[in-house]
Design a protein around this ligand. Structure first.
Ligand SMILES: *Cc1c(COP(=O)(O)O)cnc(C)c1O
Length: 301
């Protein structure tokens, strides 16, 4: 299972993509793992849902935008485990295919103003949410809490069990929760590299260290975050990204989405093409899923 979930990008490809082969890159296909909403969000939710179950709590409340992969995964897990789910949605957005999905999966939606949404990480606000909807477990936006980090240790274990030694393991970064779990759990890599999907956030190292210490875990390998591949900002795209993704999907027959995985693979491609990373060192890229979000981009099928 763990073996089959990793594919080599050298397989049956005769021409380079945009002038560069990616023969030394392998992909861990989390996009194929995790039921109705595959990807890293399913892992981040695992320990949170287990905690709810242990406490006898059957209602989970969380936060997200109208294309949130996190709420998508929460609604899917809720339907599977027969938990009630409530999504607090940042207002001012259109009805989306994602919001339709989660309602179909039984999630109750509460639209709040952008102003109220800004309080989502405020403990007092969360307490009020708990009073309004409790007994419930409040999970932060993106599943970014210590239970989320612990859930991602399972991704590290998948990689460790493959018994290969990687020069670099690379993944996209939003909150840094998944990166933290991998930093704490990976045994079989020289270095862990996160590609930030955000623009204007330059303290990701600090955030990762903070969530690691809140989780009472420590990094067991060197890790860092690259900030130059946001392509204009969170969920934004530019010509470079669109051209790269179109070529990548045509050549490798693996679908990406523009928010995270497209930018990560663009970064790997750019670093190898420029010689900053060797074209022969074994690199494992983590496909973190999120493919439901493709529906928000009309240039993708
Ligand atoms: C949320 C998400 C990420 C980022 O995960 P963090 O743990 O927040 O850093 C990466 N890829 C996909 C597809 C995601 O949905």
């Amino acid at each position: 299972m763990a073996q089959n979930s990793t594919i080599s990008l050298s397989a049956s490809v005769e021409s380079p993509i945009l002038g560069q082969f990616l023969d030394n890159v392998h992909l861990l296909r989390l996009d194929l793992m995790g039921g109705k909403a595959p990807g890293n969000k399913a892992f981040k939710l695992r320990a949170n849902l287990e905690k709810a179950r242990q406490q006898g709590i059957s209602r989970i409340v969380s936060f997200g935008g109208a294309w949130s992969n996190h709420l998508h995964a929460l609604a899917a897990a809720g339907a599977e485990l027969e938990l009630q789910t409530i999504g607090i949605i940042r207002g001012g957005e259109q009805e989306t295919a994602m919001l339709q999905d989660v309602q179909r999966l039984g999630m109750k939606l509460i639209m709040v103003s952008r102003q109220e949404y800004r309080q989502r990480n405020d403990p007092q606000y969360q307490q009020r949410i708990e009073q309004s909807y409790g007994p419930c477990l409040v999970v932060p936006e993106g599943g970014a809490n210590p239970a989320g980090v612990r859930g991602c240790l399972a991704i590290a274990n998948l990689i460790n069990q493959q018994g290969r030694q990687w020069q670099r393991v690379v993944l996209p970064v939003g909150t840094g929760t998944t990166l933290a779990g991998l930093a704490a759990g990976l045994k079989s890599a020289e270095e862990l590299v996160g590609i930030s999907a955000l623009k204007g956030v330059n303290d990701m190292e600090h955030r990762v260290k903070e969530i690691l210490s809140m989780s009472e875990l420590t990094a067991r390998l060197p890790w860092n975050v690259l900030y130059d591949y946001h392509c204009g900002g969170f969920a934004r795209t530019n010509d470079t990204l669109r051209t790269f993704m179109t070529e990548f999907e045509r050549v490798y027959k693996v679908r990406l989405e523009p928010v995270y995985t497209g930018k990560m693979l663009l970064a790997i491609h750019a670093r190898i093409a420029s010689g900053q990373w060797s074209a022969t060192e074994p690199i494992l890229a983590i496909h973190t899923g999120g493919l439901q979000g493709r529906r928000g981009y009309s240039w993708l099928d």
